[in-house]
Write a protein that binds this ligand. Structure first.
Ligand code: 9WN
Length: 440
């Protein structure tokens, strides 16, 4: 047992730290990922945070999800950022002035981005309910259900760009793993308009070390893609004709499928028909197998729709379809082999944390954001997948490693994949929330 992660006193100390972090980041009806770097509400952060809040502040778990879904657009899209109007203009870049959601019919009264993030919210709502299955929780589930269904409908109807049953992301920010090496190939084709970049000033690099963040070239492309989508009115028709970034991501689509599984359970709880959700879940898993499974490596790889080719980089995204309970044994076993390989090092006793990228790759970067460092939300998803597919000892090893990270460094945003040193924001919402869930 690693020092500091053993006894009940350590667990009590960690719980205290996690609750204090969540309390400090609570902002009237939501939790900010970080007071400095991310002072607004983020979509998939709120889902992970609700899972942890359910352990200690169940009321807040439901308020967290409710406030996010109040910003849902008329077309069903759940924006990846909901801007808090009370926060100083310029505190986060790109802020409302870049997105201009107020100009779009069907956007909510509050300013938001126009992008989405992985739909892990139905799963979060189900887990929050299971933690406290009382009438209040059931009422909250009942209220959320139509919004969760509309979220899925948006993705299925508007974002199936290839017509193959999978969701296409239109920006790396939609993946949640912004600068993952998975996006290097599709991003290389995006024109980098230096002029766009010169017109703005980044703020992230004043709060975090620039060497740990995406590069200026990444940002120039991020902004060019936002501008293209915004000029298109955030309408999703005709994306295939010219949108600069169109990718099918294994994590996003695994979350999309897991959401239908969760909705089936929620439907049964509130007296609706689970059948259509189960049927959709089956179709999503089949589409993932057909379109994103790479028989050469046995893992799942993103598909770049502009070239219709699978991306080669072996990132942790490829392991996440393990969260799908109906993933066939053969493919699940192959993912476990990949997880246990020297690339990712999952083991009963892990000597190093789970990285976000193949640690044997020549361009593995232990400090730079999603290009190597270890993140708790990803570990949490992979652990869930290992439990789902009958690998409790590996899941336990991963859990110990994740708890060890927080015990050693605190509720950091991400961690050095060799030393476990804390990186990014030191008081990060989902790290605190998910460690509470792991300790439960
Ligand atoms: C852009 C809030 C978000 C997370 C993402 C993470 C990072 C934003 C940024 O922070 O992205 O959305 O400014 O870098 O990559 O996963 O949701 O914590």
């Amino acid at each position: 047992e690693a020092a500091g992660t053993g006894g009940p006193a350590d667990a009590t100390r960690l719980r205290r730290l996690a609750v204090d972090t969540l309390d400090a980041n609570w902002e009237h009806d939501h939790t900010v990922p970080s007071r400095t770097l991310y002072p607004h509400q983020w979509s998939w952060d709120s889902a992970f945070i609700a899972i942890g809040l359910a352990q200690v502040r169940p009321d807040r778990a439901w308020r967290e999800l409710a406030s996010l879904f109040r910003a849902q657009w008329a077309d069903g899209r759940v924006p990846h950022i909901v801007f808090n109007p009370a926060i100083r203009v310029g505190a986060y870049f790109p802020g409302p002035e870049m997105w201009r959601s107020a100009d779009v019919p069907g956007a909510p009264a509050v300013a938001t981005s126009g992008l989405v993030q992985p739909p892990v919210h139905a799963l979060a709502a189900l887990l929050a309910y299971r933690r406290a299955p009382d009438p209040r929780g059931l009422a909250a589930l009942r209220r959320l259900y139509p919004a969760l269904v509309a979220q899925q409908r948006y993705l299925a109807d508007r974002r199936d760009v290839a017509g193959d049953g999978l969701v296409c992301i239109v920006h790396p920010w939609e993946s949640g793993l912004d600068n993952s090496p998975a996006w290097d190939e599709p991003m290389a084709a995006v024109p980098a308009e230096a002029a766009v970049m010169r017109a703005y000033r980044r703020h992230d690099t004043t709060h975090a070390d620039a060497a740990h963040r995406p590069t200026d070239l990444d940002y120039a492309r991020y902004l060019a893609i936002v501008a293209a989508y915004r000029e298109h009115g955030y309408a999703d028709r005709d994306l295939a004709d010219g949108h600069p970034f169109l990718v099918e991501c294994p994590l996003f689509n695994a979350a999309f499928g897991a959401a239908e599984h969760a909705l089936a359970e929620i439907a049964a709880l509130i007296g609706d028909d689970p059948g259509p959700h189960r049927a959709r879940a089956t179709r999503i898993t089949e589409a993932l197998l057909r379109r994103l499974h790479d028989p050469d490596t046995g893992t799942f790889q993103p598909r770049d729709l502009r070239t219709d080719r699978l991306v080669n980089a072996r990132t942790v995204l490829g392991l996440t379809p393990l969260i799908l309970p109906d993933l066939p044994t053969r493919q699940a076993d192959a993912l476990v082999v990949e997880a246990r390989s020297a690339r990712f090092g999952v083991a009963r006793r892990m000597d190093r944390p789970l990285p976000t990228y193949d640690r044997t790759a020549p361009d593995f970067e232990p400090l730079r954001y999603w290009r190597g460092p270890s993140w708790l939300n990803i570990g949490w998803l992979v652990r869930r997948g290992l439990l789902t597919h009958g690998h409790p000892e590996l899941a336990a090893g991963l859990r110990r490693s994740m708890i060890g990270l927080v015990a050693g460094a605190g509720c950091h945003e991400y961690f050095h994949p060799d030393t476990g040193a804390g990186l990014g924001s030191p008081s990060f919402g989902w790290t605190a929330a998910l460690v509470l869930d792991l300790l439960a």
